[in-house]
Each structure stands twice: as C-alpha cells, then as structure tokens.
Design a protein around this ligand. Structure first.
Ligand code: FE2
Ligand code: FE2
Length: 304
C-alpha cells in the first residue's frame, strides 16, 4: 500500500480553493504573442539544432507549444473516461470520493477546453496549418484496453509530470510567453489534486492484488509507454513538416536527421522522462513494487 496523509474530503476542499475559469485564464479573442517562446528550453530544446537560425528556432518553439497542448488534450480524453468509471464505482458509496472523482472528470474536460481555445487562437494567428496527431478516441481505446492498475500508473505518471513541467521548467523562466506560462500554472494547480486522487484509487486497486497481477500491470504500463513513444516520433515528423512550410525552406538529409533527433529527444524528455524519473513517481512505484520500480528506471534509461 502507498502511504498517504490526505483523504478525498481534503482533496475536494483544496480543489474548491484553487478552481479557475477558462474565460479568466484564456479570454476569448485574446491575441497570441509570437515574439516570445511559448515553452521553456527544458520542454522544447532547440538550441542544439545548429542548422536553424534564431528566428526558425522560435518558430519551432511555437510549433512545439501547439503540439504540447494537443498532446495533453489527447491524453486527457482517456483520463476523463477512466475518472468517470472510478466515480461510477463510488455511486451510492463514499460521497467525498464521488465528489473528488466527478470534479476530476470535470476539470479534465475544462483543461481540454482551455487547450483547444489556445489552439484555435494559434490556428487563427500562426498563419500556417500546424500538423498534429488526431484520433484521441482511438488512442484512448488502446490505453483503456489494458488493466485498470496499468492505466492508473500511466495517469499518475502524466499528472506528476504535468506538475514538474510547471514547477521545474516554467515557473522560473521569465522569458516564456506569460499567457502560456499562466495556462500551465493553472493546469498544475488542479493536476496536483488529481495526482492525490490517483494514489487513493491506486491503493483501492492494489489492496489484495496478487504479485502476478501487479507484475502484469508494470508490463502493460511499459507497453503503453512504448506505444506513446511511437506517437511522439510521429509528432516530431509532423513538427518538422510544419517548420519547413512555415519557414519556406527545405532541409538536406543531414538537417532532417538533426532536427528530427532533437525533436524526438525533446518530446521523450517532456512526456516520458519527466514522469518516469520524477522522485515522487519513483517513490510511489517502489511502494507498489520494488521490482516494478526497477524496471521503470531501466526502461527510462533506454529511452534517453
Ligand atoms: Fe489536465
Ligand atoms: Fe489531471
């Protein structure tokens, strides 16, 4: 079992205190400021790409920011579905748990609306079509075809990762677009409550679970990570295609290799490493299964 010092009632109280409105964080019609980076270098590393000018690096940063929001909206699609399932299990049961879980689902839908509003503004102001992954429902179906414990491990990974994106990468970077930074701050505030809910739900699932079932969950978690890595490689190619159109230039074979490698490395760092290697996630995994935690650490090293 995972040690916790909170319960559903305290989570609901905290989530009521930090709640915000989409209209306040991203007002309708707000123009985007393309003179500044949207993401910090830690989440969209472009400095190492020698074949791009500073202006092209900034454009690539904006393309990466748009892809970042799309990927989140994409992932939160399945999280809404699982939060509703967990809430359903508490129907006529613990009302604090039911409130925490229904707020959780509602907040993820709100995050999707926030990100979509920013992406609509991006499409309006960027001036070029920006390619992004679509079919979130199909990906949600693939993730949810795994066992409930594995799905919850992925969700916890994503929610702890989201928090470190803001606290470690964005909060102290004064050069980032303030609107984008504010969006990630507000996302972090609610994700901090979601991660606690994940842990309480995980405790329900692992209580009494056999060692075989737990080991299978880690197999499935790592399988989902690898499938996600495949999607990140696709997104890297899409970002490169968009960059070529936006900068009106073609790239040599060597330049393509350099840009793609940097983009894929950055996406892996942002979406996989910040979760798999986060000290809180590592500690919780060790409480679920020492062998599982060791396997995740080994897998994270392979993805560097
Ligand atoms: Fe979210
Ligand atoms: Fe969340």
């Amino acid at each position: 079992m995972i040690n916790v010092n909170y319960d559903y009632a305290s989570i609901v109280r905290n989530s009521e205190k930090v709640a915000w409105l989409v209209d306040d964080v991203m007002p309708r019609g707000k123009p985007l400021d393309f003179s500044r980076p949207f993401l910090p270098e830690a989440l969209a590393p472009t400095r190492s790409i020698a074949c791009l000018s500073d202006e092209e690096r900034l454009t690539l940063n904006h393309i990466s920011g748009n892809a970042y929001l799309n990927l989140f909206a994409f992932l939160e699609e399945y999280i809404v579905a699982t939060a509703v399932t967990h809430a359903q299990a508490e129907m006529f049961g613990d009302h604090d748990a039911l409130r925490a879980l229904t707020r959780f689902a509602d907040e993820e839908l709100k995050h999707q609306q926030l990100f979509q509003r920013y992406r609509d503004a991006f499409d309006r102001d960027f001036g070029h079509e920006c390619k992004v992954l679509d079919e979130p429902a199909a990906v949600a179906g693939v993730i949810m075809s795994n066992g409930a414990i594995a799905v919850l491990l992925v969700t916890l990974h994503l929610e702890i990762m989201t928090q470190s994106h803001y606290t470690e990468c964005v909060r102290n970077d004064l050069g980032v677009d303030p609107l984008f930074a504010s969006m990630l701050k507000h996302h972090w505030l609610e994700e901090a409550q979601h991660a606690k809910i994940d842990i309480l739900e995980l405790n329900k699932l692992i209580e009494g679970a056999s060692a075989e079932l737990i080991a299978k969950a880690f197999d499935e978690y790592l399988g989902i990570i690898d499938a996600f890595d495949g999607l990140l490689a696709q997104q890297a190619q899409m970002d490169l295609d968009t960059l070529a159109v936006a900068c009106k230039r073609s790239f040599t074979g060597e330049e393509v290799k350099e840009i793609l490698a940097a983009l894929h490395r950055g996406l892996r760092q942002t979406f996989l490493h910040y979760g798999m290697s986060h000290p809180q996630f590592v500690e919780i995994m060790a409480q679920v299964s020492k062998d599982g935690a060791r396997r995740i650490a080994h897998h994270a090293e392979k993805l560097i």
